[in-house]
Design a protein. Sequence first.
Length: 331
Amino acid sequence: MPDRDAAWPWVRGRLLARRRGQEAPATQAAAVVRTAVVTDSAAALPADWTAGLSGDGRLAVIPMPVMVGDEIYGEGEDDISETIALALASGTSVKTSRPSPGQFEQAYRAASQRGFDAVVSVHISGELSGTADAARLAAARVGIPVEVVDSRTVGMAQGMAVQAAVRAAADGGDAAAVAAAASEQASRTKVYFYVPSLEQLRRGGRIGAAASLLGTMLAIKPILAVEGGKIVPLEKVRSAAKAVARLEEMVAADAGARPAPAVRLAVHHFGNPDEAKSLAERLARALPLCPPAQASSLPAVLAAHAGLGVLAVIVGEEPGETGNLPGTLSS
C-alpha cells in the first residue's frame, strides 16, 4: 500500500516550524486555544498532521468501526486495509457502523478536563452515516458546550474542514467561529469519484440518487460525486479507461476555475495505488500552477463501501494563512 500518511507540502512546513519552535514573532502574542476539535476517521487526515495536534488535546479523531465477517476493527487501531481488500475480493461481508455516543462523550469530557471552553465536532455527512447523531447524543450528556458540524461530505473534503476548524481554534476563535470555519471550508470542496462496480455502495445503502444506474450497472462505469451530503451520479461511461479520463477532465475543469495557488487536491484509492499515482501525475501536468495532488488510501470505513478499484479526487481551496497554528493552550 502507498504512504497513506502523506501530507501536503504546506502541512509539512507547518509541522516542521512547530518542531523547530518557529512560532509567531515575539511582538505578536500567540492566540490562546480555547476550543477543541473532534472528528471521525472518515476525514482521512494525514497521521503526521494529527500527531502534531492530538498530544495536547486540541484535536481528537474517533475511529469508525468496520465489521469484516464476525470481527470488528477500528480505523487507526488496527491495520485493516489488507483484511478488507481480501474480504471484498472473496465476497466476505464487510459492514460499517457509527462510533458509539460513549466514544464521543469520552472525548468531550477529556477536552473539558484539559481546560478547553468548548468543543467543535466535525463529522462525515449525516446522509451517509449516523455519526453526527451519535455526537449530538453525547453532547447532551456533558457539561462542556459542543457544536456538532455535519460536514455534508467525506474523505479529505471533510478533512479540509477539520483543518480549517483547527486553524480557527489556533487563532483563538470561539466555538461559533470554529464551527463556521469548518462549514465554510466544507462548502468549498467537491468530491468526484469512480467505482468499477456499484455493488458495495448498493449493499451498504449509500447509493442514494445513483440507484437509477443499477439497472445497467454491468454495462457502465459510473462517475459519481458527493453533493448535498449524498452520493449522486454525474455521468455513465462505457469503459473503465474512459471513466478515469472523464474523471480527470472534470477535476481539471473544476480546479482550473479556482485561484491556482489556493487549490488543494487529494486523490484517494483502494487497492490500486499505481493508478492513483498516475492520475495525480496527470493532474499535475494539467494544472501546473496548482500544488500537486497527494495520493492516499481511503480510510477503511469508506473503502468498505466504495470497494476495490475506487478512484476519488477531492478539489478544495486553502483559505490562506490565518495565524500561528500551534497557538497557546487554554488554561
